[in-house]
Ligand binder design. Structure first.
Ligand code: PGA
Length: 249
């Protein structure tokens, strides 16, 4: 059985005070949830404070990015070691906003994934096509290529600590969602790619989320599809009521 994982990607929102206020509301509203894994991913500046707020709760802490070295002269970067040290458990890597605005490629994402796994952290690896790629009929080829490259050299035993998020870029922050059947189809294709690279065992156990305009009113329809194991939520994770409704889909 794959336990659904619902992660809130707060992006570049929330000062420390705002983050504390949101997480206090979430702790209360989500206290009775025990059949889902819940993760919040605040900006770096709020991580440590949110970690302290989350102590003893059923909500886990995630970061939105990292570099792949432990330390060094890499101005502005944050390492897996540093994240581990402040209680982070999950790290989103390869988000389309990182790929798009900051030119991150699959080689870099693969290095980050390996560095995180070495530190005992769990990567949430994002893949997904743009509207142009979808319209050109390239979705399948592109997503398969991303999975092959992002997981390259990762050992079978490490896969249990990896989550993949299928996030069609045209659905992120646009209010457009992939239909539940289309999201399920691409996610099944990702699962099949994992099977090709590893084995049916790994393919059946890896969790694959959907992300892109998940809201309270479409969460149930999307998250009850056979191959979809949760959601990576942007906009709707910034308010306690909407995130709670999605977690309790
Ligand atoms: P959205 O963002 O829910 O606001 O579309 C999803 C994401 O970028 O992870």
């Amino acid at each position: 059985m794959r336990i659904p994982i619902i992660a809130g990607n707060w992006k570049m929102y929330k000062t420390v005070d705002e983050a504390v206020a949101l997480v206090r509301e979430l702790k209360e509203k989500l206290a009775d949830v025990n059949n889902r894994e819940i993760v919040v991913c605040p900006p770096f500046t709020a991580l440590h404070t949110v970690y302290k707020e989350l102590s003893g709760t059923n909500i886990k802490l995630g970061a939105q990015n990292c570099y792949f070295e432990d330390e060094g002269a890499f101005t502005g970067e944050v390492s897996p070691l540093m994240l581990k040290n402040i209680g982070v458990e999950y790290v989103v890597i390869g988000h389309s906003e990182r790929r798009g605005y900051f030119n991150e490629n699959d080689d870099l994402i693969n290095k980050k994934a390996k560095a995180l796994l070495l530190k005992g952290l769990k990567p949430i690896i994002c893949v997904g096509e743009s509207l142009e790629q979808r319209e050109a009929g390239e979705t399948e080829t592109l997503v398969r290529k991303q999975v092959f490259r992002d997981l390259d050299g990762i050992e079978p035993y490490q896969l249990k600590n990896i989550v993949i998020a299928y996030e069609p870029i045209w659905a992120i922050g646009t209010g457009k969602t992939a239909t539940s059947t289309e999201a399920n189809r691409v996610i099944a294709l990702i699962r099949n790619t994992v099977k090709e690279m590893y084995s049916p065992l790994e393919a059946n156990s890896i969790r694959i989320q959907y992300g892109g305009s998940v809201k309270p009113d479409n969460a149930h329809e999307i998250l009850t599809q056979s191959d979809i194991d949760g959601a990576l939520v942007g906009g709707a994770s910034l308010k306690a009521d909407s995130f709670t409704a999605i977690v309790k889909f």
